[in-house]
Write a protein that binds this ligand. Structure first.
Ligand SMILES: NC(=O)c1ccc[n+]([C@@H]2O[C@H](COP(=O)([O-])OP(=O)(O)OC[C@H]3O[C@@H](n4cnc5c(N)ncnc54)[C@H](OP(=O)(O)O)[C@@H]3O)[C@@H](O)[C@H]2O)c1
Length: 393
């Protein structure tokens, strides 16, 4: 049987290539807390008619800072809640409360009220329960950032928000912790996110917004799962491209996602939404030529059949980021319906803008980090694949 998406995810989490949909489920060491420039606020954003008091659980990882920048530009008042392990980006501009959801330490939230709570990093149902115990009746809306990995299957094209959800088969989901998840992330991520969605509705009935993003990309993405392509195409030369270009790709720029998350708070858009871009069906061919068009190095793409890649142990998704070959089991993987989210105001910037911004951000990273991409082929492996392809004739 052909591999399903869950198989790709399992393989990727077990492999050496860094792949993680929920980075905060893994242990983090605590670096000293330094201030770090937060980057400019987005341009051309009008102030909201009514400023909101927004609590962001998390806020200092990948999508959080984009939410903060957009929300500040809209004139909202922000409180972030996290362990304080990341640099201070908005001292004085944004209130930061500390606590640890692993240990149930949410004391700093007690006795406070907000118009909306945006819960970014949660996979574990007990994190939602704990937040519910403290915030029930204290927030007017609870926005839970979920994932399209909650889907029970990727076989069907055009799945919308009513799709069947992956089932959790363990003993007690409330007992799953970061420790128990070790090594089981690929299997349990989707089912636990699905249960966390349900738990959110238990504590915040009628005022829950569940947002299910596809692959989130753009500046600040430390996984390199999309970043590989702009970086590789910007280097020029002969580039391995996966399949024949006809497979589909879905992704969302973190800035588009973040801005829309904030707007769902402004419009009080409740319910479940698939957050996948772009607004049309994107093939790998269109994606890679689109990214190439944002570079000047004139890279040459070599489309390598999926069977050849497999024979040379080049893995979909982790070695060839964004790509999953189309089979009966994966036909819907990158073709989820995004109609409901678009109707609720989700917009997408052009791919070229995402590619350029991602590249510009990547080039600000230390040289040693730039030399070590977390996804994609190393130059040596890529050369070996192309040499094998050439010798095949
Ligand atoms: N990346 C993708 O392609 C993708 C796709 C689909 C869905 N998603 C979902 O999108 C969300 C992405 O979130 P993000 O990581 O970008 O959010 P974020 O809010 O930018 O960063 C994660 C935050 O969680 C905080 N945190 C981690 N452990 C904590 C703890 N024990 N107690 C309190 N705070 C804690 C971190 O700060 P401290 O470390 O200082 O505590 C950090 O502020 C996740 O829910 C993920 O599942 C991602």
């Amino acid at each position: 049987m052909s591999p399903t998406r869950r198989d790709w995810l399992k393989a990727a989490t077990a492999g050496t290539v860094g792949f993680c949909l929920a980075p905060t489920v893994l242990a983090q060491t605590a670096p000293p807390r330094q201030p770090r420039p937060a980057g400019p606020l987005p341009e051309g954003v009008e102030r909201a008619a009514r400023p909101l008091r927004i609590l962001i659980l998390g806020g200092t990882g990948f999508i959080g800072p984009h939410e903060v920048r957009y929300a500040l530009a809209r004139g909202h008042k922000l409180t972030l809640f996290n362990r304080g392990r990341n640099p201070l980006m908005w001292p004085g501009e944004v209130e930061e409360l500390t606590g640890d959801r692993n240990t149930g330490d949410l004391d700093s939230l007690k006795g406070r009220e907000w118009d909306v709570c945006i819960d970014n990093p949660t996979t574990l149902p007990f994190w939602v329960r704990d937040a519910g115990q403290v915030l029930k009746g204290k927030v007017g809306q609870y926005v839970f950032i979920s994932t399209l990995s909650v889907s029970a299957s990727d076989a069907t094209v055009g799945l919308d928000e009513t799709m069947p959800l992956a089932k959790y088969t363990g003993a007690d989901p409330m007992k799953e912790t970061q420790e128990t998840l070790r090594g089981k992330m690929g299997e349990l991520y989707g089912p636990l996110k699905a249960l966390s969605e349900k738990e959110a509705e238990v504590w915040f009935p009628g005022i829950t917004t569940v947002i299910r993003p596809t692959l989130i990309v753009g500046p600040g993405d430390t996984s390199d799962r999309f970043t590989y392509w702009p970086v590789r195409l910007d280097r020029g030369g002969d580039v391995v491209a996966p399949g024949d270009g006809s497979d589909f790709a879905q992704l969302i720029d973190a800035r588009d996602l973040a801005a829309w998350i904030v707007r769902t708070a402004e419009t009080r858009a409740f319910g479940v939404f698939n957050a996948a871009g772009p607004g049309f069906e994107l093939t790998m061919l269109a994606m890679l030529y689109g990214v190439r068009a944002a570079t000047t190095a004139g890279a040459t793409l070599h489309w390598v059949p999926a069977s050849f890649l497999e024979a040379h142990k080049v893995r979909a998704w982790s070695d060839m980021p964004v790509w999953v070959p189309t089979t009966a089991e994966t036909a819907g993987f990158s073709r989820y319906s995004n109609r409901k989210a678009i109707a609720a105001g989700l917009t997408f910037r052009p791919l070229a803008e995402t590619a350029l911004a991602t590249l510009a951000w990547f080039k600000t990273l230390p040289a040693e980090r730039q030399a070590k991409l977390g996804a994609g082929l190393t130059p040596e492996r890529e050369r070996a694949v192309l040499a094998a392809l050439a010798s095949r004739g």
